[in-house]
Design a protein around this ligand. Structure first.
Ligand code: S3P
Length: 171
């Protein structure tokens, strides 16, 4: 059983959602994807939220969601890449659970990131992914309780995440 939340943080394209989804099902723990929860609640895509209401509204929805999550069943939670960048969010996450950085080299992210699913990045292209990486990587590292090396492919990432989860909880 999980006794605290586990937050997966990291760049878009680092593997947070695919690893989180897979490991939640293999270890039978509850799973939440913050982007999906926000888009389901608001009834439109991340791109539409950015376009209609602006990035700040999306960031505020992320913060509101984190506050709600403090009352939810402990879960494995994939977060959007910008979530942990707000200091207040970082504090909430640190108080409510463990933070795992899904750490994937920039070159690998650039080689297969799906920009069409990420309208915020699609307009600006791969250069924007690179810029965000260098802007964020130090913050990601310093916020993380654990770093999951996701440079050796999907299956290595899955077993690495399972290992960390089993070291934290009786599962
Ligand atoms: C964002 C990442 C996205 C999504 C939004 C903003 C970011 O999530 O939350 O487009 O600022 O890095 P993923 O990290 O799942 O792509």
């Amino acid at each position: 059983m999980m006794t605290r939340h586990v937050f997966l943080i990291g760049m878009p394209g680092s593997g947070k959602s695919s690893l989180g989804r897979k490991v939640s099902s293999s270890l039978r723990v509850p799973y939440i994807d913050t982007d999906n929860l926000i888009t389901d609640t608001l009834g439109c895509s991340v791109g539409e939220i950015f376009e209609r209401y602006g990035e700040n509204a999306f960031r505020q929805a992320e913060t509101n969601l984190l506050i709600e999550l403090s009352r939810a069943t402990p879960s494995l939670i994939s977060t959007g890449g910008g979530m942990v960048m707000r200091p207040g969010n970082r504090e909430l996450m640190q108080n409510e659970g463990y933070i795992i950085l899904v750490d994937r080299p920039l070159e690998q992210i650039l080689s297969d990131i799906k920009l069409d699913r990420r309208p915020m990045l699609a307009k600006k292209g791969l250069g924007e992914v690179e810029r965000l990486y260098y802007e964020r990587i130090d913050t990601y590292r310093s916020a993380a309780d654990y770093v999951l090396d996701n440079s050796n492919g999907y299956y290595a990432g899955v077993s690495g995440l399972e290992r960390i989860m089993k070291s934290l909880f009786v599962l």
